[in-house]
Design a protein. Structure first.
Length: 104
C-alpha cells in the first residue's frame, strides 16, 4: 500500500521476461485504489540503488477514472508500463528496489 506519507517499496525477487531480446521494462499492477478526499493523485515511480541509496525517477501515472476500485483478480488490475533505458539498467546493476510515492 502506498500513501503520500508512506511510499511502497518493491524489491523484485526475480525478473520475468517472455523474450530475452525484448527491451527491458517494468509493469506495475494496481489491484486497489481509494481516491483522496481532495485533489488528484500522481504516482511517481523511482528506481533506487540499494548500495548507493541514489534514486532515479522512471515514470509517473494516475488512476482513471478517479474512483475507488478493488480488482477481483491480479489479471483485472490496472497496469502501467515503464520502459527501462540502458542507463537505467546500468544504474541498477547492484541490488535495487522500486519506489512508488503518491503526490498531489
Amino acid at each position: 500500500m502506498a500513501t503520500a506519507a508512506s511510499p511502497a517499496e518493491l524489491r523484485p525477487a526475480r525478473c520475468i521476461t517472455s523474450d530475452p531480446g525484448a527491451p527491458a521494462s517494468i509493469t506495475l499492477r494496481v489491484v486497489g485504489y481509494v481516491p483522496p478526499r481532495g485533489g488528484t493523485v500522481v504516482a511517481v515511480v523511482r528506481l533506487r540503488n540499494i548500495s548507493t541509496h541514489v534514486a532515479r525517477e522512471i515514470g509517473r501515472f494516475g488512476i482513471f477514472p478517479d474512483a475507488s476500485f478493488t480488482a477481483a483478480t491480479a489479471d483485472a488490475a490496472q497496469r502501467f508500463g515503464f520502459p527501462l533505458s540502458d542507463s537505467d539498467l546500468a544504474f541498477s546493476k547492484d541490488p535495487h528496489e522500486f519506489r512508488l510515492r503518491r503526490t498531489r
